[in-house]
Design a protein around this ligand. Structure first.
Ligand SMILES: Cc1ncc(COP(=O)(O)O)c(C=O)c1O
Length: 346
């Protein structure tokens, strides 16, 4: 195997900090962030608030904590949250909304993860004691299980308007909002303005080792600060890791276009095989691929490819997911596609 192996397409979370990012981390000025005294964390939070066009932001440990802090800070136990049936909040956060905030989640059938104003508007519960009051709508942008799909800005605006007309807020799980901004060639704030609260991750496409942030009004951040502490996420000299995040925000946003180009190239190569179909519109760095003809299932395909040094995850019986990122090169796309196609055959 050459030096491009292993070709690791499991997730954009697997990236390792670059040498210059590590240097920034080693040299970070730090303080006690629970006391609000870490200058690097403060700089990161100010930068994120500015990029997202919000009054304030708060550094948190993970995307999961970011989402959960946002849910807790703008609902009451017994409330209902509308979200797509494939949302990360529903599928991959360990039941946290029920466990931590006493929330009922109502999954809706979106379009590759994307909700519409009509779907949201028709799904509201309110005004009858049979129903849990719907007080929050959660959108995910880009949508992970949807195949990296990106919301159009007008669709987000319509959802925001419908929710607010019903006195509900909108939370945006923007773990990959940076990718959405690159895909739409727009500023992050243009997307984030359609969420009352927004979460973003530094440890996915941006390539930082740890952390996420939430952003919104100052009042929301005050409440989020309390829930971060309650959920065990108050960190002390967090400037060490925040420096990696700050470096990533300053230097790795524009290069996400390269990850999207790699995914598009990989899709083109895979589609040369009539045995494969790509789900959805392919807008960013995530591909959900279906095995349409060959009898091999995705778990077997994953195992065979792993032996050849190409790594990815199964995503159901006949589907698998491929994710491009900072630590996989453009030159790896052709051998990755060849390995996958070869291993389809028994
Ligand atoms: C859309 C989305 N939201 C939230 C998260 C949670 O992030 P973390 O793994 O940092 O908790 C992920 C993780 O992959 C994600 O894809």
């Amino acid at each position: 195997m050459g030096d491009i192996y292993p070709i690791d397409l499991r997730s954009d979370t697997i990236t390792k900090p670059t040498a210059t990012m590590r240097k920034a981390m080693a040299e970070a000025e730090v303080g006690d962030d629970v006391f609000g005294e870490d200058p690097t964390v403060i700089r990161l939070q100010e930068k994120v608030a500015e990029l997202l066009g919000k009054e304030a932001a708060l550094y948190v440990t993970s995307g999961t904590m970011a989402n959960q802090v946002c849910l807790a800070a703008q609902t009451k136990p017994g409330d209902e949250v509308l979200l797509d049936e494939n949302a990360h909040i529903l599928n991959y956060e360990g039941g946290a909304p029920a466990l931590l905030s006493g929330l009922q989640l109502r999954p809706l059938a979106g379009d590759f993860g994307r909700l519409s104003a009509t779907l949201v508007g028709n799904s509201f519960h309110a005004g009858d004691s049979h129903f849990a009051p719907t007080t929050l709508v959660a959108v995910e942008n880009t949508h992970n299980r949807g195949g990296g799909t990106v919301y159009e800005l007008n669709a987000l605006q319509e959802i925001y308007d419908v929710a607010h007309n019903k006195n509900a807020n909108v939370h945006m799980d923007g773990a990959r909002l940076w990718n959405a901004a690159v895909a739409l060639n727009t500023r992050e704030a243009e997307i984030a303005k359609h969420g009352d609260t927004v979460s973003v991750c530094f440890s996915k496409g941006l390539g930082a080792p740890v952390g996420s942030a939430v952003a919104g009004s100052k009042d929301f951040i005050r409440r989020a600060h309390r829930f971060r502490k309650v959920f065990g996420g108050g960190m002390r000299q967090a400037g060490i890791i925040a420096a990696g995040a700050l470096y990533a925000v300053n230097h790795h946003r524009e290069r996400l276009a390269e990850d999207h180009a790699k995914a598009a190239e990989l899709a083109d190569l895979l589609l040369q095989s009539s045995d494969l179909k790509i789900e959805g519109p392919m807008q960013s760095n995530i591909l959900i691929v279906t095995i349409v003809k060959q009898s091999v299932n995705s778990a077997t395909l994953v195992e065979r490819c792993k032996k050849d040094g190409v790594l990815f995850f199964p995503f159901g019986e006949r589907k698998f997911r491929l994710v491009t990122h900072l630590d996989v090169s453009a030159a790896a796309m052709r051998p990755a596609a060849q390995t996958i196609v070869k291993n389809l055959l028994n």
